[in-house]
Design a protein around this ligand. Structure first.
Ligand SMILES: [Cu+2]
Length: 67
C-alpha cells in the first residue's frame, strides 16, 4: 500500500483535509493517517503520482513515497 511522508501534517484538521482531498479523486480509497510519523497510507486504484500530487495540491509537501 503506497505510503507518503507528508511534511506539515500536524493535527486532525490536516489529516481531514488530506483524507478528503484523496476521497475527492477516489471515493473508494482507504486512507490511514498517522500524525506522529507524519505518514499517509492510501489504498487506491489511483497511481502513486496522482495521489502524491493530490496531497501536494491540498497544501502539504510530500517528502517521501514508499510502498
Ligand atoms: Cu493541522
Amino acid at each position: 500500500m503506497p505510503t507518503f511522508s507528508v511534511n506539515g501534517m500536524n493535527c486532525g484538521h490536516c489529516t481531514k483535509t488530506i483524507t478528503n482531498a484523496i476521497l475527492a479523486v477516489d471515493p473508494s480509497a482507504k486512507v490511514e493517517t498517522d500524525i506522529p510519523s507524519k505518514t499517509v497510507k492510501v489504498s487506491s486504484e489511483k497511481s502513486i503520482e496522482i495521489l502524491s500530487s493530490t496531497i501536494s495540491e491540498a497544501g502539504y509537501e510530500v517528502t517521501a513515497t514508499g510502498s
